[in-house]
Design a binder for this molecule. Sequence first.
Ligand code: SF4
Length: 420
Amino acid sequence: MIAGLAITVQDKVQDTVQEVMQTKVNLLGLTEVGLSDYMVSLGEKPFRAKQIMKWIHHMGVSDFNSMTDLSKGLRKTLSEQAQISAPEVVSQLDSVDGTRKWLLRVGGGSCIETVYIPEPGRGTLCVSSQVGCSLDCSFCATGKQGFMRDLSAAEIIAQLWLAVGSFNGFDPARKYADGEIGRITNVVMMGMGEPLLNFDSVVAAMNLMMDDRAYGLSKRRVTLSTSGVVPMLDRLGEVSDCSLAISLHAPNDKLRSELVPINKKYPIAMLLDSAQRYINGLSDNKRVITIEYTLIDQVNDSLELAEQLVELLRDVPCKINLIPFNPFDLSDYKRPSNNRVKAFQRVLNEAGFIAPIRTTRGDDIDAACGQLAGAVLDRTNRSARYRLKSRTALNGSDVEALVVDGPKSEADSDNILARG
Ligand code: SF4
């Protein structure tokens, strides 16, 4: 069981506090336009938004009374009517390889996960967009958790805000030495959830990530990863110029529909067309699509499938990330041997593709790709169904009742998880 998962008095108090706080406007997730509009609604000049953004995102300040370039009157009004509020950090785990994972409480007994991965010359934050996920990809721990709700823009940007703060990154005196862990140069919307199914909040949060008044990350370094919600991908091109990753995992529709069920609705050809339209519409022509391909032993890792992948992507400007499957409870899939992974990579390399093998990071804290599960009060009953199927030491009658009727409460959901 994940630490802090059982419903406790603390959960209840936290939910009550959140209910009260929800009546206040949370400024953390507002873009400059939204914050300017809010200032005007208070009878203030729009430029106040710039000052407040600097306090929040450059200095990590959450107390309006510390915003000394605002008038006392405005500080008082903001204290009464607004808040700068991030989810509570339930736990922060550090891997021996420098990876850091946070479990964040988002109310109603649910938690999400965020992961920081340091690499030479860069640091990547993997950010969640939903509490669980409705899409149920067969190789993904999040999918097995079912779905609770979308995250707000504030809850999404809060993951970056908290991560920067946890490394003292708001301290102007903080200098990063070469190779030092803590600098966040890249964000991937690749944590829990399908970002394009939470479109408005994800776009708002990514705009803040790329805004110089907030985090000023390069548009090349903020990447949205999608399993293929084609109509929303077409819309994305109208409002964002972030980088794009496609969660592909198979070179033909038959296999992909088994691994990524949304493929039945939006098959590969339709998805790749949409992705190419998106990339072609960007103002710079140097960017390519990142193709994510999780290699699962004896499922999608044969040389024949590698050759199919070469044919499929021959005219697509892309690089291919190969991700050896990371095993987790509730999945029978296995990680392929290094020899199989390298043989698959060789076929791609010989055809001229850049195809790095992503090394597993944060294995010791369950932070590896595909392993993020958080704790989800599942509205879909999916998590109970998977647990029933895997017969993991559960009392069958309880689970059957939950499968038929669904969890009635946070306690139901947590009891299942606690015993699972
Ligand atoms: S891989 Fe992504 S879209 Fe698929 S179930 Fe997992 S979180 Fe959802």
